[in-house]
Design a protein around this ligand. Sequence first.
Ligand code: A3P
Length: 336
Amino acid sequence: MESSLPSSQILDSDGNAERKNEAKNYNEVMSTLPKVKGLRGDDYYLYQGFWYAPFFLERLMSVQEHFHPQSTDIFVASFPKTGTTWLKALTFAIFTRSRLSGSTTSSLLSKMPHDCVPFLNYNLAQNPSNRDLTIPLLSTHVPYSCLPKSIISSCCKIIYICRDAKDAFVSLWYFHATLQRSKNVEPLPLEEAFELFCNGIANFGPYWNHVLGYWRASLEFPEKILFLTYEEMKKDTAAHVKKLAEFMGCSFTLEEEEEGEVQKIIGMCSFEKLSNLEVNKNGKCLLDISIPIPNSIFFRKGEIGDWANHLTPEMGARLDDIMERKLKGSGLKLPR
Ligand code: A3P
């Protein structure tokens, strides 16, 4: 079996020295990149066509260099705030359903979905043992063109989710504003953050290029990449749960369908169920070494169209117009 561990962390007999050298090299690369002030107040760096906060960029460079997936791995890919948590819960519940009576599925009752499906460039870049090798699910916010070559050239499957840009932006702003306030830092005003977003400046952005990368790849490799939208998944969750199972190679049997397995999974992963679990109300996760993130901020409203309560119609029309222009000719029209 191929290793999924960054080699710096496997071969590190000299330990810290090697890791420090690697960080130094990444810092040298970063110092040559264009940068701007980002949503988090820190600098975002333009690397291979996308913007990254330093924490994420350093880990991206590390996984680009060292990561090797297992051939059976399935990646949940997304731009932040587009439905990652929900998709992780669903894929995890679908994959582990045969162990329903065992401990694995109930993991969703005691563990936040991000702790059930680890992030390639947070959890695994920092601590390779943050992975249960019997569950081939990993996740990433990395744009398709920046994924490690070892993933692109593998036969690993990727499930991508995206959503209306206005809702994604509002969700992103609230996420950062809540985090900043928890650190007693005044967040960037929504209008200023909106301006940045419209200029493509967001961690892992521009948003439209993130979406387009996975969209085009899904057209080229439909057997490897499943392209989903949050809105369509909300509209017909049952059909999507079956589609996900089929894509993941673990279709529901007739017997399972008759026994209501699909509905059980939908209920288990619903916003209402997950957001009311103790672990998601009061727990914290460590996605960023510097800040334990309250799990509750991954569950805000879970609605379509909430942007209208936060952006003016003019702001909405402006972002729609940008998305329409950027996606023109791609054959993709995101639901609103
Ligand atoms: P809102 O901020 O619009 O409510 P991500 O998981 O990529 O960080 O995205 C977060 C968004 O997904 C948030 O959207 C959050 O409320 C919503 N969400 C989280 N869990 C969900 C679930 N089980 N079902 C539907 N939406 C969910």
